[in-house]
Write a protein of this length. Structure first.
Length: 202
């Protein structure tokens, strides 16, 4: 995990000077405004990263577990203005242990707000989520567990242009998931903190 975090942070370090150059640095580079460089219309993004998961039953005071595993994210949407991108996001966190596997999924409507001419943005979203677990143990044998709920995401990222219609997109997210089971006392939450690096086309 340390290696993955180091790579993502390194991408941010590289992105900062690139962003400064693209928004009017020295050397006669022109200012590139969103919408003038292919920033309007349809856009999409896919990313790979790493995430830490924690869970909390309603009876617990804090989150526990802290498993780490790879993540995959795909986003697709439109650009109503140079300050906003709207779209849908599919993201997956999947952990494989010796005798079990767990996948946490998010199916979200998201908005990305770009507060200025620079490429950095704030992200928020809400939607549906799912928790899938399978495995085996000596006592219960083979088992499959599925649960559905609702959740959301908040995040921060950047679209660093590397071509007219292509950008590198480092992103930090916090996903929250809520699972309520009617008639039971085992309602719980899942939390996933992710670092990722994606490619955005527009």
């Amino acid at each position: 995990m340390r290696r993955t975090i180091t790579l993502v942070l390194g991408a941010w370090v590289i992105a900062l000077p690139l962003a400064a150059q693209r928004t009017g640095g020295p050397g006669g580079l022109r200012e590139v405004r969103r919408g003038e460089d292919g920033g309007s219309g349809l856009w999409g993004s896919f990313a790979l990263g790493w995430g830490r998961e924690g869970f909390r039953f309603d009876s617990m005071a804090s989150y526990e577990s802290d498993f780490s595993a790879p993540t995959f994210t795909f986003k697709l949407g439109g650009t109503p203005s140079r300050f906003f991108k709207l779209g849908g996001e599919l993201s997956y966190w999947s952990s494989s242990e010796a005798q079990s596997q767990q996948t946490l999924s998010n199916y979200l409507f998201i908005a990305q707000w770009y507060p200025g001419a620079h490429p950095f943005y704030l992200k928020g979203g809400i939607g549906l989520v799912s928790n899938h677990q399978s495995g085996s143990d000596p006592i219960n044998g083979t088992y499959v567990y599925r649960d559905n709920g609702y959740g959301g995401v908040i995040g921060i990222g950047a679209d660093i242009p590397v071509g007219r219609r292509l950008a590198l997109s480092p992103e930090l997210n916090v996903y929250g998931q809520r699972y309520d089971n009617a008639g039971t006392s085992n309602d719980y939450r899942e939390r996933i903190i992710t670092f990722g690096l994606g490619v955005t086309f527009r």
